[in-house]
Design a protein around this ligand. Structure first.
Ligand SMILES: *Cc1c(COP(=O)(O)O)cnc(C)c1O
Length: 401
C-alpha cells in the first residue's frame, strides 16, 4: 500500500491522540530509520529514550527469537527462568534488592506510588499519603501518574485528579522543605525532566531531598523511565548524585523495544508489596524478560554509559558553539550525558528547525514548545553524532534566515 493510503487508513481507524510525523516507517537498524520510499533518517529522538541500544539490536533479536520458540507468556502464577535472571541482573547492578515487573513507564510509576502509600500505611497508619512531585514533571498518563505529573496541560478535561498530590518548584530547596509535612509518604522526581524540556536536577537539590526524606522516613522515588539505562553517563541516573533512592522506575529502553517496565526497591520497602497487594498479567513475561536481559547486558558489555558520558560532553561543546552564533535566538543549551536540549526563545523557530532537520534526514523532537530535544541511541559513534549536529546547525541556519 502507498504512503497516502496508509496514512488515510490510520487516520480513519486510529484515535488521533498523536501529532504524527507524516512518514510511514518500515525499517530500523542501529541509529537509522527508513521510510517506505527508502529514504534513511538519523534518529536523534531515539524513540523518546526507548532505543538506547539501537533499532533491531542483534542480541535482542537473538534472545527473543529463541525465547519465542519456547514460551512467550505464562501467567505470574508460575516461576520462569528469564524473569528471575533479569531481576538478578538489575539488582546486581543497582541499589535495589528486589524488582516488580510491568509493561510500561506509567505502570512502573503507578506501582511506585501504590507501594509508597502502602509502606506508609502499614508503618504509620492512615493519613500519611501525600506524594510530592515537581512542577513541569512528567510521570505518565494513567490516573495516578497523571496526578503526579506537574503539568496542567496533560490534566485538563480529566479532572478530578487522584487526591493527595502536592507540587513544588523543581530544583527549589525552600519549596521542597515547606512541602515535606507529616502527611507525606513519598517524593517522586525525574533526575532529568525529559518531556518538560531536559532540565537536570542539581546535585545540591538531590542531596537536600535525600537527606530530608531519609530523616522523615519519606520514600524517594526516582523516575528514570526516560533517562535511566545509560543515558546520563551512568547505568542509573541517581548514580550521578551520589545518593541512594528507595525506589527507581525504569521502562523505555529496558527491553530493546519490547514493552516492559520495572519498579526497583530496597528490601526495607519492597517487603510491603506482599501477596495480593499488586499484580499484572503480562509483566515480566518470558519474552520481555529475555529481551530485557539481552538489552541490559548489551548496555553493560558495550559500555554505553561511558559512551553517553564522553559523547554527551562533545555534543554540549558543539551545541554551545552553535548557540554562540545565534545568541538572539537560542536561549539555552542543557543536558546530562546524551539527554540534550536546545531551547529557543521562539516556538516558531523550534518548529521550523524541526522541519528543516527532517528534510535533511535528521529526526529530532520539540518538547514543551521551544526545546529541541536529542535522545540519540547510545550506540552512536562520535562521527555520527557530529554529523547529526552539523545537520542540526544547517537546519538552524535555514530556519532562522
Ligand atoms: C515516557 C515516560 C513515562 C511514561 O512511560 P510509558 O511507557 O509511556 O507509560 C513516565 N515517566 C517518564 C519520565 C517518561 O519519560
Amino acid at each position: 500500500m502507498r504512503k497516502d493510503g496508509i496514512i488515510k487508513m490510520a487516520d480513519d481507524f486510529i484515535m488521533h491522540t498523536y501529532k504524527r510525523i507524516p512518514l510511514v516507517i518500515t525499517k530500523g537498524k542501529g541509529i537509522y530509520l527508513w521510510d517506505n520510499s527508502g529514504k534513511r533518517y538519523m534518529d536523534f529522538l531515539g524513540a523518546r529514550g526507548a532505543a538506547n541500544i539501537g533499532y533491531s539490536n542483534p542480541d535482542v533479536i537473538k534472545a527473543i527469537s529463541s525465547q519465542a520458540k519456547k514460551l512467550i507468556l505464562v501467567t505470574n502464577d508460575f516461576y520462569t527462568a528469564p524473569q528471575a535472571e533479569l531481576a538478578r541482573l538489575i539488582t546486581k547492578n543497582s541499589f535495589a534488592d528486589q524488582v516488580f515487573f510491568c509493561n510500561s513507564g506509567a505502570e512502573a510509576n503507578e506501582g511506585a506510588l501504590k507501594l509508597s502509600r502502602l509502606y506508609s500505611y502499614k508503618k504509620y497508619g492512615r493519613g500519611r499519603y501525600v506524594v510530592v512531585s515537581a512542577n513541569n514533571s512528567f510521570h505518565g498518563r494513567t490516573y495516578g501518574t497523571l496526578s503526579a505529573t506537574g503539568q496542567k496541560k496533560y490534566q485538563i478535561g480529566f479532572e478530578p485528579m487522584v487526591p493527595g498530590f502536592r507540587y513544588v518548584g523543581f530544583n527549589d530547596i525552600d519549596d521542597m522543605h515547606a512541602a515535606l509535612g507529616d502527611d507525606v509518604c513519598a517524593v517522586i522526581l525525574e533526575p532529568v525532566q525529559g518531556e518538560g524540556g531536559i532540565y537536570p536536577a542539581t546535585k545540591e537539590y538531590m542531596s537536600f531531598v535525600r537527606e530530608q526524606t531519609k530523616k522523615k522516613d519519606i520514600l524517594l522515588i526516582m523516575d528514570e523511565v526516560q533517562v535511566g539505562l545509560g543515558r546520563t553517563g551512568r547505568l542509573f541516573a541517581y548514580e550521578n548524585y551520589g545518593i541512594k533512592p528507595d525506589i527507581v522506575t525504569i521502562a523505555k529502553s529496558i527491553a530493546g523495544g519490547v514493552p516492559m517496565g520495572a519498579m526497583l526497591a530496597t528490601k526495607a520497602v519492597s517487603k510491603y508489596f506482599d501477596y495480593g497487594t499488586h499484580g499484572t498479567t503480562f509483566g515480566g513475561s518470558p519474552l520481555a524478560a529475555a529481551a530485557g536481559t539481552a538489552s541490559i547486558n548489551y548496555i553493560l558489555k558495550h559500555r554505553l554509559s561511558g559512551n553517553a558520558k564522553s559523547l554527551g560532553a562533545a555534543a554540549l561543546t558543539q551545541l554551545r558553539e552553535i548557540k554562540k552564533k545565534y545568541p538572539d535566538n537560542i536561549k539555552d543549551i542543557r543536558g546530562m550525558g546524551l539527554a540534550l536540549g536546545t531551547e529557543f526563545y521562539n516556538p516558531d523557530h523550534a518548529a521550523k528547525v524541526f522541519d528543516a532537520c527532517l528534510k535533511s534526514g535528521l529526526i529530532v523532537n520539540v518538547t514543551n514548545g521551544t526545546i529541541v530535544r536529542f535522545l540519540p541511541p547510545l550506540i552512536i559513534t562520535r562521527q555520527e553524532l557530529k554529523k547529526g549536529l552539523d545537520l542540526f546547525e544547517k537546519a538552524v541556519a535555514s530556519a532562522l534566515q
